[in-house]
Ligand binder design. Structure first.
Ligand SMILES: [Zn+2]
Length: 255
């Protein structure tokens, strides 16, 4: 058994026995980790209350060849109060966390992906936009995660003719191939592929992960469609089998 100092994002926390928590953590050091936090719900002064969505530091007692480890000595680095206090933002965060919980490939260390998710949470904490724009910001982040796991998409150019996409270009995504094509190159099969309305691919390919002015002007329904496409893409390429109640929730919430 070894003791490791870890930095983690709490993907889920559920009560266990009388005073403990079962945690799924995305750690910078070990990738996704299942751990128990003993005695943390006692409510005395020594125990630090922790919740889903927190960025924390802690010690982990790593037991080789075991699935469940022991986490202790928690220190909260960031608790993201603006996300927790806003239903829309919480719903957006939860879709991302559900994907992280379901993606098979996350059990190896991915320090860069960890930093990317950390940066996403900081942006989500601070952004002002709402509704469909928030969904596009989430979708862009999901494709960014795919990129960190080696199945990213080049949203800048058509994979058929090599033409650069403009802000006004409608684009189609071929999920199995991880490739995007223009209307000319998708001819004959537009309905079997996922449509990204004008400006979406351009936004995904050209801007930093923000959601202010550069976001294309889509209806909420169109933005929801783009989010479904992103989820479908990750499900296919990252071998995700679990159901996403968070996506169903967000659908109701944003419609
Ligand atoms: Zn083309």
């Amino acid at each position: 058994m070894s003791i490791d100092k870890c930095t983690s994002i709490i993907l889920s926390a559920s009560p266990f026995r009388e005073s403990s928590l079962l945690l799924y953590l995305f750690t910078r050091e070990h990738g996704r980790l299942h751990a128990i936090a003993k005695g943390i719900r006692r409510g005395d002064r020594r125990s630090v209350p922790i919740e889903r969505g927190y960025l924390i530091e802690h010690n982990t007692y790593i037991k080789p060849n075991r699935d469940l480890h022991l986490a202790t000595d928690f220190n909260i680095r960031e608790h993201f109060p603006a996300i927790r206090g806003n239903l829309e933002k919480t719903a957006v965060r939860d879709v991302l966390f559900d994907l992280m919980l379901g993606a098979v490939r996350l059990t190896d260390p991915h320090p860069e992906l960890f930093d990317y998710i950390g940066a996403f949470l900081v942006k989500l904490e601070n952004i002002q936009c709402r509704g469909g724009r928030l969904l596009l910001f989430l979708s862009k982040t999901l494709f960014g995660i795919a990129g960190h796991l080696g199945v990213g998409i080049d949203f800048k150019v058509c994979s058929g003719c090599g033409e650069r996409f403009e802000e006004s270009t409608d684009v189609w995504l071929i999920i199995e191939k991880g490739a995007v094509r223009c209307g000319e190159c998708i001819k004959g099969h537009p309905n079997t592929h996922r449509h990204l309305p004008a400006g979406t691919a351009f936004f995904f390919g050209n801007f930093d992960n923000q959601c202010q002015n550069q976001t294309p002007n889509l209806t909420n329904k169109q933005s929801m469609g783009v989010l479904h496409t992103a989820c479908e893409y990750l499900r296919y390429h990252l071998d995700i089998r679990r159901r996403f109640e968070s996506v169903a929730f967000i659908e109701k919430f944003f419609s």
